[in-house]
Design a protein around this ligand. Structure first.
Ligand SMILES: Nc1nc2c(c(=O)[nH]1)N[C@H]1C(S)=C(S)[C@@H](COP(=O)(O)O)O[C@H]1N2
Ligand SMILES: [Mo]
Length: 504
């Protein structure tokens, strides 16, 4: 029994050496990703839509951590199996480790924009693990026989050797942590002084009601949705944005070139197509950036180039109608959010923002290339997974307070929430209690049609018992939110949010 534990631990020790060495090599080479992350990213890309949807609902923003932990657990189990195999004969152990290395290498090669050397972390990691296994199998016979696994050809694996393998993996891990902070990206971001906008936007103010979503979303509370298992770290000094494809005049702009241009600052609400009725995948921020229409005018798109494809540094892609980018709305390449340089997880140094469209068709983070193409010629990441190619935001309204299933006392309450219909604007919000008549809510002032609007309604004469509050919004084109509930797939949810409370 005890021999088996040592053999399993030996396998896990070899895998630890592989992962730590592979991650170290990845960090040393710069752009290549660590083997576990490469495999994780490949899993994300091939996971069928319903499973991904389930994972997001189940784990929320912890979905990436859950995936990496899942891969880690699987890795430990397989490694333990390899250790047990090697206990009988060494070569199945070596074959197991080699298969691991190949899996990682193939996953890394499959990444968009992969170079041949992206396979190096996995291959070097597998070699290191094989070295560790060889070392474990050749431990001398004079080790404490109590703690050793006797092997048929007269060799043994002992506990000291296994501990040594873990120590080696730990050392490589510590070296990796040391290297990972060294790319200078965080320091470079902290040193950036953003220029004042040439065109500052009007600043909205919000209602201040306990439980109501604030008008401007602080960065820490802003929802985050992306496929990046590790956040791309782009150094602003090396940063180059290419504008190419079907244009008469391709452009190349550095980060400094972008900051040198006249910047606009606008409050714009961004929302995700995956948002459910009543959900919180939306946020409102002051974005500072370069007007996209000016850049497109300079690049001169060909007449048939009806799609602007945004390419992220990690290979994710996004398609926006060229006409929408040039119709006068504040589409921009954002460099700032709420008065500071874009946070790393928001797409530092440059992301796209287009008011009125869901994030997956407009808001490329870690933007490195804009490619003029056509909807006929190119399907971006989510469109390849059957989401709609064009996705203007649908009108939403949400009750933030009172909270579902809460108790309100005293016969009176303030009902409040937010509503959004970016670029059309919210004209009216109405609330009703149970099946009663719709009551008009008071709206907070807004600066443009591109932000959400807070609203409140004073509920008086509440009778004791259970009540259902329901909300609906009407946009500035006169369309009222439909009652019919449709799920987010493929172009955004509809339906009215309601909240059940108890009055005492
Ligand atoms: N590079 C990259 N950009 C991306 C995504 C992504 O997966 N990768 N997701 C998009 C989606 S679906 C949304 S809703 C917004 C979310 O932006 P946020 O994370 O800053 O809120 O980013 C968009 N930009
Ligand atoms: Mo999204």
């Amino acid at each position: 029994m005890r021999e088996r534990w040592i053999a399993a631990a030996a396998g896990i020790g070899c895998a630890a050496v592989a992962v730590a060495t592979g991650s170290l090599v990845a960090l040393a080479t710069g752009r290549a990703t660590s083997p576990v992350v490469a495999v994780g990213a490949a899993v994300v890309d091939v996971t069928p839509e319903p499973v991904k949807d389930f994972a997001i609902r189940m784990f929320g923003e912890a979905d990436k951590a859950a995936l990496l932990i899942g891969i880690g657990v699987l890795l430990v189990l397989i490694a333990a199996g390899i250790g047990l195999l090697a206990q009988r004969r060494p070569w199945p152990g070596y074959i197991g480790l080699a298969s691991f290395g190949l899996l990682g290498a193939v996953a890394a090669w499959g990444r968009p924009g992969a170079q041949w050397w992206w396979a190096l972390p996995s291959l070097v990691g597998a070699l290191a693990a094989a070295g560790a296994l060889w070392f474990l199998l050749r431990r001398p016979l004079d080790a404490d026989p109590e703690d050793s696994v006797r092997l048929p050809p007269g060799r043994r694996v002992d506990r000291r050797g296994v501990l040594f393998a873990f120590a080696a993996a730990g050392a490589a891990g510590v070296a990796g942590v040391g290297l990972s902070g060294r790319d200078g990206v965080s320091e470079a971001r902290a040193a950036i002084r953003l220029p004042a906008p040439a065109s500052p936007g009007p600043a909205g103010t919000g209602l201040d009601i306990p439980g109501l979503t604030p008008y401007i979303t602080p960065k820490a509370d802003f929802y985050r949705v992306d496929t990046a298992l590790v956040i791309p770290r782009l150094h602003p000094e090396d940063y180059v944005l290419e504008i190419g494809g079907r244009v008469a005049r391709p452009l190349r702009l550095s980060y400094a070139d972008l900051l040198d241009r006249p910047l606009i600052e606008r409050e714009i609400t961004l929302s995700c197509v995956s948002n459910q009725v009543g959900g919180d995948l939306a946020g409102n921020a002051a974005w500072l950036g370069v007007p996209l229409a000016d850049l497109l005018d300079e690049a001169r798109p060909e007449s048939g180039a009806d799609q602007v494809v945004g390419h992220s540094a990690d290979g994710w892609t996004c398609g926006t109608p060229t006409a929408v980018c040039r119709d006068g709305r504040d589409a921009m390449l954002a460099v700032g959010m709420n008065g500071e340089p874009l946070p790393l997880e928001r797409g530092f140094p440059v992301r796209m923002i287009v008011p009125g469209l869901y994030g997956y068709v407009s808001a490329t983070k870690w933007l490195v290339r804009l490619e003029l193409s056509s909807f006929d010629d190119f399907d971006p990441y989510w469109v390849r997974r059957d989401w709609a190619a064009e996705a203007p935001v649908k009108t939403f309204s949400r009750i933030d307070t009172p909270k579902p299933l809460s108790t309100v006392g005293g016969g009176e309450a303030t009902v409040a929430g937010v509503a959004w219909a970016q670029h059309r604007g919210i004209a009216e919000v109405e609330v009703r209690v149970d099946e009663g008549a719709w009551q008009t809510a008071e709206l907070a002032p807004v600066v443009s049609a591109d932000t959400w609007r807070q609203w409140r309604w004073r509920w008086t004469g509440i009778t004791p018992g259970r009540h259902t509050l329901q909300v609906r919004a009407t946009d500035n084109t006169g369309q009222t939110q439909p009652e019919e509930r449709v799920p987010p797939f493929p172009d955004g949810a509809t339906g009215r949010h309601s909240v059940v409370i108890t009055a005492s």
